[in-house]
Design a protein around this ligand. Structure first.
Ligand code: 8IG
Length: 274
């Protein structure tokens, strides 16, 4: 592709949504879902895949180098609403060094594609010892510890109720036992030191990760209603005596996969049919 891309990130997102519509044949998506570590199986349960597109074929997306993170976007027909879900399997993390506009691009593209709801999933570390690996936790609020923001200039977004109480209530209708917690986003890519995990805990964090908070902020700016769901794939550093490994994280995701996919599909169907 030799075309020069627009420098305005929202113009780029609009261009991306147009290409997405061309490549999928779906002009409007009702809901968008970002699938994080461990969540990739959820797409199949949502409905029939109408189209799968390489992220590299859509302006502004670049291929992720992290194993377990697919670089594809999918359009899925939702039997419960007659609408379509956009599955973003192409998350860009801040630690990749491409900046916050790259991090926010999927979210902005989803909004430009017509979505009104955004479901953000992730794999993360847990600070609560009762949350064994495989536990799913609704995000109630976040601590943005990255020092970064997707917003520019004097753009004073209100983040009260960023993680929609309405959508959390719907999730609780599906699974009344779902825990809620505060998610702290670190820059990464290194996992935290035990001292950093203790700090986050004192600040009010229950979960530590490397995504989601910046995406949620970007989502608020474009008016998306946000639901955040974490899969605890490991106890955060120092909470368990065991060191962390990416393999352990992937294994927890594999084991929890069918159960959390089923949960996510049920929540999304309930959301779109209301
Ligand atoms: I999966 O323990 C996963 N992602 N920051 N800390 C941070 N990110 C994570 C962790 C973790 N586990």
């Amino acid at each position: 592709m030799s075309d020069v891309l627009p420098s305005d990130p929202f113009e780029l997102a609009r261009l991306a949504s147009e290409r997405l519509a061309d490549l999928t044949g779906v002009g409007r998506h009702q809901v968008a879902v970002v699938l994080g570590s461990g969540w990739s199986g959820a797409a199949e349960l949502l409905g029939e895949t109408v189209a799968t597109v390489d992220a590299a074929d859509i302006p502004g997306f670049a291929h992720s180098g992290v194993p377990g993170h697919s670089g594809q976007l999918r359009s899925i027909a939702l039997p419960s609403s007659g609408g379509h879900a956009l599955i973003l399997g192409a998350r860009t993390h801040l630690y990749e060094g491409r900046g916050t506009d790259a991090v926010a691009h999927g979210v902005r593209t989803a909004a430009a594609a017509g979505a009104s709801t955004l479901v953000l999933t992730n794999g993360c570390g847990g600070l609560q010892t009762q949350w064994s690996p495989g536990t799913t936790v609704l995000i109630r609020d976040h601590l943005n510890l990255t020092g970064a923001t997707p917003l520019r200039g004097a753009n004073f977004q209100d983040l009260t109720d960023l993680y929609s109480p309405r959508l959390r209530a719907i999730a609780h209708e599906i699974d009344p036992g779902l825990a809620e917690g505060v998610y702290a986003q670190f820059h990464g890519p290194q996992y935290e030191t035990p001292a950093e995990v203790r700090m986050a805990g004192i600040m009010g964090a229950d979960l530590v990760g490397m995504s989601t908070a910046l995406e949620a902020i970007a989502a608020r700016q474009v008016g998306l209603e946000v639901l955040g769901i974490s899969l605890v794939t490991n106890l955060a550093a120092g909470i368990s005596p065991e060191p962390l490994s990416h393999e352990e994280v992937m294994e927890a995701g594999r084991q929890a996969g069918p159960r959390i996919s089923d949960l996510l599909a049920k929540i999304i169907h309930r959301i779109v049919s209301q």
